[in-house]
Design a protein around this ligand. Structure first.
Ligand code: IVH
Length: 673
């Protein structure tokens, strides 16, 4: 007969067996159990824990499967702020760093320097209490990050319980989550196959994967972790950074390969070049080598610049990687504002472990200035940036028949004659209903900073457009799961998910909608100012150009663009379609407004007020939710009159607009009139 005690023992035994197997597989890279055996033990433990939840240990490997999706990420305050690093771009800058710090603390160089690869991923902070992983967080702003514990538990080389002994009661382990390049390439292949957009680079993909609400998504992505720092008041007998790294390894963490200790800065400089040569051999992105004063006791003495960058470490950055490949074609993408953006089709080439087959050419002027021709061998760089760029051609390898590139005179998407505004480098397609612009406009509408419709990226937009389901953003709200399911790559689940995501976008605040509809010159910030000031789309549409231009953060250029956008009947029609299907057309967020007594009221100021300048009075009114307009109309709520008013008082009388003095205005703000 099995007793409770037998079950408890078996649970402990299974946790220990699985933990050892995991460690052997992921940390030591020496598997000691077959996959089938592992699965069998894992399932046994799962069943046992399901029947007896009280037996689930705080470090049970079943925790790695991932908890249920969360509805939002919560904030986490780091016990000690997470620092970033200052950079050195060449040997001289590295030497200057040593000079600076030896002036502060002369014994710096005595214990030499520890060199580590600078991993280009996402920094995280892991709290261990009595050897158990309890909280994991993103870096955030260095002081407060986001709690992503459930996601981090799914990463196999983060120990849930530390190996060995000697860990302080509470400590934070800092390190980098990264995307192995092999996993990254596989992920992108899968995404393309599913009609989703590729991730541009491993760093962003790692950061994005970490901030998922559903830990299962994080787990599937295949992220890994390297540890590089122990933050604790009572470190065990480590006196140097290189011992700290050994300590991390003995606790069961992985430390990035190729670390080394050098005695002098000259050696460090030489070693940096050797590190750089390793780049093609490693399965992760590294953009430099971190040079650290090895003796930990000196770290405190050296401190940090502005509390952000430690003086005891510096990142010696590698030169961005450049590859040479053939320029097969120059294509043109029509942006949502009509700008024609040239891009390069390249013979696929590996740059730092990522295959690049397209790159930006920026604008037509650049192509002409560098005389870039189709058929040329060109230098291409990724430079840690998201979009690879063409640097220029290798003239000596130019094929004899390569012709100079001529920019198109008509739009490649709609054949409209191309325009080139005076003083601008960009060429434009002036046709407002150009299909090229349309696709970009729809993609923008759905993008993260706009209405944030998940699953509606560039590829999907193209697919829906080609299938005749959408001609503009208004059509999105008429999509049904049935129609989507008729398309390739849409299962029942994907179809209803997309329809749900589109429906959810209806409740986004007005500021996002104003940004999303793509009014020229209206960025995310401008849209916020407009929404905060006008509160409803109807008020904005009714406003005069002067009124709009008077809003904080909005000038005549934006005001004019807003006016001409809403003057266009097609755009007004779009707003009516939004209204008909229940899209939010009022601002629901109060923003920075502290009061609401003046919401919907418009004031005009004239003369000198006794206690406030014009700007102060305007700020007071806006903080209470009101607006200030430069010119009177019958829609003006009141004219605020100070010392020596101009002709406005007379005009107010003739329009029947009320007049207030400063005290009257203040009473209204306080809402006791
Ligand atoms: S030390 C705790 N070592 O680079 C002191 N940072 O640009 C500061 N990074 O935020 C970090 N590899 O996320 C250190 N071997 C390494 C690193 C490393 C990558 C990251 C780290 C930091 C960023 C600064």
């Amino acid at each position: 007969m099995t007793t409770d005690e037998d079950l408890r023992r078996r649970a402990v035994q299974l946790v220990s067996l699985l933990r050892r197997a995991n460690y052997a597989y992921y940390i030591l890279d020496k598997p000691e159990m077959s996959d089938a055996e592992w699965d069998r033990l894992f399932r046994e433990l799962q069943q046992l824990e399901r029947a007896h939840p009280e037996l689930r240990a705080a470090d049970s490997p079943t925790l790695r499967i991932g908890a249920e999706p969360a509805s939002a990420l919560t904030k986490h305050r780091h016990r000690v702020p997470m620092l970033s690093l200052s950079n050195a771009f060449d040997d001289d800058e590295l030497a200057a760093w040593e000079l600076r710090i030896t002036k502060l603390v002369p014994e710096v160089a005595e214990a030499g320097y520890q060199l580590e690869l600078k991993i280009d991923g996402a920094a995280v902070n892991l709290t261990y209490e009595d050897g158990i992983f309890t909280v994991g967080a993103t870096r955030g702003n260095g002081v407060v990050g986001e709690n992503i514990t459930a996601n981090l538990r799914t990463i196999p080389d983060i120990p849930l319980r530390l190996e060995g002994t000697g860990s302080p009661a509470v400590m934070e382990i800092r390190g980098e989550i990264y995307f192995p390049l092999s996993n990254f390439a596989r992920l992108n292949e899968r995404r393309v196959a599913r009609g989703e957009e590729r991730f541009a680079n491993p760093r962003n993909a790692a950061a994005g994967s970490l901030r998922q609400l559903d830990p299962k998504i994080t787990r599937e992505r295949g992220l890994r972790f390297f540890a590089f720092h122990i933050e604790s008041d009572d470190l065990p007998a480590t006196t140097t950074q290189h011992e700290a790294l050994d300590q991390l390894e003995s606790w069961g963490f992985r430390v990035a390969p190729h670390r080394r200790h050098v005695a002098s800065l000259e050696e460090a400089q030489k070693a940096a070049a050797e590190f750089e040569a390793l780049i093609p051999t490693i399965d992760f992105e590294a953009d430099g080598v971190v040079v650290k004063v090895d003796r930990l006791a000196l770290h405190e003495a050296l401190g940090a610049i502005g509390g952000r960058e430690p003086r005891w470490a510096i990142a010696r950055k590698f030169a961005p990687e450049v590859a040479v490949t053939k320029l097969l074609d120059i294509r043109i993408n029509v942006g949502r504002t009509g700008a024609l953006n040239p891009w390069a089709v390249l013979e696929p080439v590996e740059i730092g472990g990522v295959t690049v087959s397209r790159a930006t050419l920026h604008n037509m002027d650049l192509i002409a200035a560098k005389d870039i021709r189709i058929g040329d061998f060109v230098e291409v760089t990724r430079a840690g940036e998201v979009i690879p760029q063409v640097l220029g051609p290798l003239h000596e390898r130019r094929p004899a028949d390569a012709e100079p590139y001529l920019p198109p005179t008509t739009c490649p998407a709609c054949d409209f004659p191309v325009e080139r505004p005076e003083g601008e480098v960009a060429h434009y397609c002036p046709n407002a209903s150009c299909p090229g612009r349309l696709l970009e406009a729809i993609t923008h509408f759905a993008s993260r900073g706009a209405l944030d419709i998940r699953g509606l990226g560039n590829q999907r937009v193209m697919q829906l457009h080609e299938a005749g389901l959408i001609a503009d953003v208004g059509d999105l709200y008429a999509l049904t799961p049935d129609r989507l399911q008729a398309l390739e790559g849409f299962g029942e689940k994907a179809a209803s998910q997309l329809v749900d995501a589109i429906a959810a976008s209806k409740t986004q605040p007005l500021s996002r909608l104003l940004f999303a509809i793509g009014i020229r010159h209206v960025g995310a910030e401008g849209a916020k100012s407009l929404a905060r000031s006008f509160r409803t789309i109807d008020a904005l549409m009714a406003a005069s150009e002067d009124d709009t231009a008077a809003v904080d953060g909005i000038g005549p250029t934006i005001a004019q663009a807003v006016a001409s956008f809403f003057a266009e009947p097609k755009n007004r029609g779009l707003i009516e379609r939004f209204r008909a299907c229940g899209v939010t057309l009022e601002e629901t967020e109060t923003g920075t407004a502290t009061g609401s007594t003046l919401i919907g009221q418009t004031f005009v100021l004239t003369g000198t007020l006794p206690n406030f300048s014009r700007a102060e009075a305007k700020a007071l009114i806006e903080q209470a939710g009101g607006r200030v307009s430069p010119s009177l109309s019958k829609n003006t709520t009141a004219l605020v009159v100070g010392e020596s008013p101009g002709s406005k008082a007379e005009k107010a009388r003739s329009l029947g607009v009320a007049q207030l003095d400063e005290a009257g205005l203040l009473r209204r703000i306080a809402d006791d009139t």
